[in-house]
Write a protein that binds this ligand. Structure first.
Ligand SMILES: Cc1ncc(COP(=O)(O)O)c(C=O)c1O
Length: 467
């Protein structure tokens, strides 16, 4: 069977491809997605929607690959920039000087506040996180790093060590030494660990995987003051929050403070060519550290010529369309709509929170995140709960969504929450018993039971309803 790309596929073809995915990539991943009806094949990806190649059904993309599609899926301007670039450019030699790299770095620096003017070109979010931490450690000559509870910075090396949830880390111990975890939004907790031995404090201004927690202004200004006092490098992870997502070009702008180092990725690539970057202040000891150690962080795929051309086109698009203003406007209406849904369902929903178009619904119990994903998928909403807080359903639609699309999406979410009522009637009383709650919250139990339900559902459709 050939590679069908964007063509429509029938159920038989889907089963075969799923079998191959399981055989060569991961059976566990198929089962994980299948249990919440998230095992779709994205065809026709445009704006804030995609179409499932099997069912032909339209889905709103509320995950956006955790923040990769701020400029919309398949943005024609960005695709055109990549197509044109391929006429004359390739990735380029990573050690060579090149015009695309220089133009991109200049453009990126010009859009950053304060003296964030120097750029290290990277590949991914995790790679940029490693570069930022290495820069802080190298420049200060200190070893230790403070990161936040429930933080997510990536899956490798320094970024894995910086994560604030054991789940990702415990299989790979021992990790990098000298990482200390503090409670997010708790300045006193950071003060208890902070000293002149600490190289950096690293945080996301809005925790994404941690469950959409927005840093408070007092916390951020307090961190800035503390880092200044002790010579600690303040590092912001703007991988998810950057490029207009929270209603400003950078989330840091909400707080009026500038970190010493910022790293980013994801939407920098317009969803078509991976790229990442660290931007740091043109100050000592950072600048002279990089001057003396120009190759302290390089990779053949970091800041490629193609990636930089695409990223420059993304920056132009963001500025021309003031995408952050659109995020603030439609994000405001979206949040208002979700709050209405919260008010109608106070027995199950604990809170709705977020900034711009980075919004989460927090349920009262962890297992409700998986149920919500399932009910949303059935309503044509592809959404994934926060990795480090399964009770929080994240909504990060591409920022190109129109107000009409936001209203349609809200209608679908309302229908999904309504469809959950039957499950809630069954499970909410059970969840009050600690043993049952432990079972319900267990991911393995969820995957097995949801897959059984899915198998039964497919048998029903095939043999009884003959569809
Ligand atoms: C806040 C944050 N930082 C870092 C990363 C890691 O990025 P990548 O997947 O490109 O390694 C992610 C990915 O989800 C993220 O959300």
């Amino acid at each position: 069977m050939g590679y069908s790309g964007y063509q429509r596929m029938d159920a038989q073809e889907r089963d075969y491809i799923q079998h191959l995915f399981g055989k060569h990539i991961s059976r566990g991943q198929v089962r994980y997605l299948r249990c919440a009806h998230l095992d779709i094949y994205e065809r026709s990806r445009r704006g804030c929607t995609m179409v499932d190649a099997v069912s032909g059904k339209k889905f709103f993309d509320c995950f956006s690959s955790a923040g990769c599609f701020n400029v919309g899926r398949g943005n024609p301007k960005i695709q055109e920039a990549l197509e044109k670039a391929l006429d004359s450019w390739d990735m380029g030699s990573h050690l060579a000087l090149s015009e695309p790299k220089i133009r991109f770095a200049e453009k990126l620096a010009s859009l950053c506040p304060g003296d964030l003017k120097k750029v290290v070109l990277c590949t991914t979010g995790a790679d940029a996180c490693a570069a930022a931490i290495k820069l802080a450690k190298g420049a200060t000559g200190r070893n230790d790093v403070i990161t936040m509870n429930k933080a997510y910075h990536g899956h490798e090396g320094f970024s894995l060590s910086a994560n604030g949830k054991d789940y990702y880390k415990e299989l790979f111990l021992p990790l990098m030494p000298g990482f200390h975890i503090a409670e997010f939004n708790d300045l006193e907790a950071v003060k208890r660990i902070a000293s002149k031995d600490i190289a950096a404090v690293v945080l996301e201004p809005v925790q994404g995987e941690g469950g959409i927690h927005v840093a408070t202004r007092e916390y951020m200004t307090g961190l800035r003051r503390l880092c200044d006092e002790l010579g600690i490098m303040l590092i912001f992870d703007e991988v998810q929050t950057g490029f207009g997502r929270t209603g400003k070009m950078w989330c840091m702008e909400h707080y009026g403070i500038v970190p010493d180092i910022m790293f980013t990725s994801k939407s920098i690539s317009g969803g078509v060519y991976p790229n990442g970057a660290v931007v740091y202040r043109d100050i000592e000891p950072l600048t002279s550290y990089v001057e003396k150690n120009p190759l302290f962080h390089t990779s053949h795929s970091g800041g490629t010529d193609l990636g930089c051309i695409v990223s420059s086109a993304v920056l132009d698009y963001l500025v021309e369309n003031k995408v952050w203003e659109h995020a603030a406007e439609i994000g405001g209406r979206f949040k208002e709509g979700l709050i209405e849904i919260w008010n109608e369902n106070r027995h199950a929903i604990k809170e709705v929170r977020g900034l711009g178009l980075m919004i989460g619904i927090e349920y009262k119990y962890e297992f409700l995140g998986a149920l919500m994903a399932d009910c949303l998928a059935k309503q044509g909403v592809w959404a994934v709960y926060s990795g480090n807080a399964p009770q929080v359903m994240r909504f990060q639609i591409p920022i190109t969504a129109t107000m009409e699309e936001v209203e349609e999406l809200l209608g679908r979410i309302r229908a999904a929450v309504k469809a959950m009522k039957i499950y809630l009637a069954l499970f909410l009383p059970l969840a009050k018993v600690p043993l049952f709650r432990m079972i319900l919250d267990n991911l393995k139990v969820q995957i097995i039971s949801f897959n059984i339900v899915r198998d039964l559902e497919e048998l029903l459709f095939k043999y009884v309803l003959k569809r």
